[in-house]
Ligand binder design. Structure first.
Ligand code: FAD
Length: 524
């Protein structure tokens, strides 16, 4: 390498962070500058807010992530005066709706729950940390298995993967046994009920320290590491445009949201990892407009329910004393809603869905004290099936240069519809959920399909493809077609129909892109 390359990364979520870490480890003289439109929430950049024990501090961190819906914090986040919010739906804590209502709001009548997080760590400061591997047709057909396994190993290491979180929980074990009785005979070997792999580090007291972008950044945010000297993270700084000449990216134009100052930073390469809606928006705003940009939007239709665990059935596999141990462990971090986590993964041909089963000693909603199962010593499970959405060109986020959003970027319109293919799988998945519920106990919240956009797993809007034939935005190494030094990252790259939580897959894709960029810059 002939010089000290500067690489700009747009977005500080898990994917931007994976690029930063791998590039700095692989390029001994490179400098990485990461821009993040939202604020840093915690002393440790990108930490999961679920690790914050104090409920008030946790609520504050979540509200500060909510961009135009950040309530009392809006002015401190550099938002223009007069943005009013009239959203019909409430977004998940830590996120804000794309279609929040009011001036500068996006338009998503057919995808109303579409949401984003605007903070250091992105959605990765709020996520549930489930990191199953993609399987069967979920995988990318043009990356061979041996290479893919290596990429997944890198991604699991970056995310501090735990394949057997809470595996010692007797309550979790009893849930798995009951599900095994119900479904075991009809699932392929290795794809039956099991523990859900999660991202985090088990603590000596049995709780978890959940992983966010902080875990991925690792040494980059450790002042004692030499890597940290080559890493700069600038929060509350919006990238407005990716600058380019011909097929070459030359830098980025950024706005300091606290001062309003606009500046240009030259760069040798740019990685845009600003989520599946705002990355294509930034490319569009920069005049980079491949035909597939924003199209082929998919997510996971989600059917959820809550079930009161049946004492008699659970007692066949776990004792009262073991339940006491579980409840004592839960008391260590009562503010963390996640305890034993189980799943049935996607498999083909007969189980093209992904079941997630989260044990909790309380329900996520207030129950009428007189209602059946309002008091349930064995607790509850919150269960959901994630289903597939098959990619179609017409499911898309599109952009309007004449209609500025609340940041002055071309506003988004999301157009989306479920077809017969999805409706059939939703019906089948719902029947599976009913069977799972009856196997475990009694429904206290019946299965229901959530509004479009609720999964928070938005995919396909910058899909990768084998050829530049108009159906993809990026090449198999995440490089935008037609540009030699522009990379994109995030769930938007995923070209297949999937049912699993996508972050592990997107970090694996990022690991491949980062290696390509390391090779390119090393050759210059
Ligand atoms: P993000 O984490 O969304 O980060 C993108 C960042 O880019 C944001 O911080 C944004 O502010 C910034 N940005 C955008 N535009 C600009 C700009 N122009 N300039 C500067 N910065 C910009 N996934 C799973 O796999 N498993 C789960 O269990 C799971 N649970 C979830 C639960 C919740 C409540 C939420 C909210 C999400 C969950 N997800 C889960 C999704 C997961 O968090 C995302 O897949 C992951 O965070 C995507 O990473 P990313 O880096 O691509 O994008």
């Amino acid at each position: 390498m002939s010089h000290r390359p500067t690489i700009v990364i747009v977005g500080s979520g898990p994917i931007g962070s994976a690029y930063a870490r791998l590039l700095l480890e692989g390029l001994p003289t490179a400098r990485v500058v990461m821009f993040e439109a939202g604020p840093q929430l915690t002393g440790i950049p990108g930490e999961s807010v679920r690790n914050i024990a104090d409920p008030d501090a946790k609520a504050r961190a979540r509200e500060m992530s909510q961009g135009p819906q950040a309530g009392r914090f809006r002015s401190s986040l550099g938002l223009p005066e007069g943005v009013s919010v009239e959203g019909m739906f409430t977004a998940r804590e830590g996120t804000h709706l794309i279609d929040f209502g009011g001036e500068g709001s996006g338009h998503a009548p057919t995808f109303p729950a579409a949401a984003a997080s605007t903070n250091v760590g992105g959605m990765g400061a709020h996520w549930t940390c489930a990191i199953p591997r993609p399987g069967f047709s979920e995988k990318i057909p043009f990356i061979d298995d041996a290479e893919w396994d290596g990429l997944i190993a890198t991604a699991e290491s970056l995310l501090h993967a735990q394949s057997a979180a809470f595996a010692d929980s007797a309550v979790g074990g009893a849930i798995r046994s009951l599900l095994e009785e119900e479904f075991g005979g009809e699932l392929p070997d290795g794809y039956g009920p099991g523990t859900l792999p999660v991202a985090g580090d088990p603590q000596p007291d049995g709780t978890m320290r959940w992983a966010g972008a902080d875990a991925v950044l690792g040494p980059l945010i450790d002042p004692s590491s030499p890597l940290s000297a080559r890493f700069t993270l600038r929060d509350l700084t919006l990238v407005r445009r990716v600058e380019h000449e011909g097929d070459t990216i030359t830098g980025v134009t950024v706005e300091d949201l606290c001062t309003g100052e606009i500046s240009l930073l030259p760069a040798d390469a740019v990685v845009v990892a600003a989520d599946a809606f705002r990355s294509p928006q930034l490319l569009w705003a920069s005049g980079i407009r491949p035909q597939a940009l924003g199209h082929y939007l998919t997510e996971h239709p989600v059917v959820i329910s809550t079930v009161a665990l049946d004492a008699e059935r659970m007692s066949r596999f776990a004792s009262e004393a073991e339940l006491d141990v579980e409840l004592a462990r839960r008391a260590h971090n009562a503010a963390d809603p996640v305890a034993a986590v189980n799943r049935i993964p996607f498999s083909e041909p007969d189980h093209p869905f992904s079941l997630q089963v989260m044990y909790s000693e309380t329900t996520p909603f207030r129950m009428d004290p007189g209602a059946a199962y309002a008091e349930n010593r064995w607790g509850y499970v919150n269960m959901g099936y994630g289903m597939r959405k098959f990619p179609r060109y017409e499911d898309a986020v599109t952009f309007d240069d004449e209609d500025p959003d609340y940041r002055g970027l071309p506003n988004m319109t999301i157009t989306y519809a479920l077809t017969d293919a999805e409706t059939a799988e939703i019906e089948a998945g719902t029947q599976h959920l009913r069977r799972a519920g009856h196997a475990l106990g009694a429904f206290v919240a019946e299965p229901r399909l959530l509004p479009n956009g609720s999964s928070l797993h938005y995919q396909g809007t910058m899909r990768m493809g084998r050829a530049d034939d108009g159906t993809s935005v990026a090449d198999p190494w995440s490089r935008v077609w037609g540009y030699r030094n522009l990379y994109v990252g995030g769930n938007g790259l995923i070209p297949t129909a999937t049912a699993m939580n996508p972050t592990l897959m997107s970090v694996a894709i990022a690991a491949r892109g980062a290696q390509r960029l390391i090779d390119e810059l090393s050759d210059e």
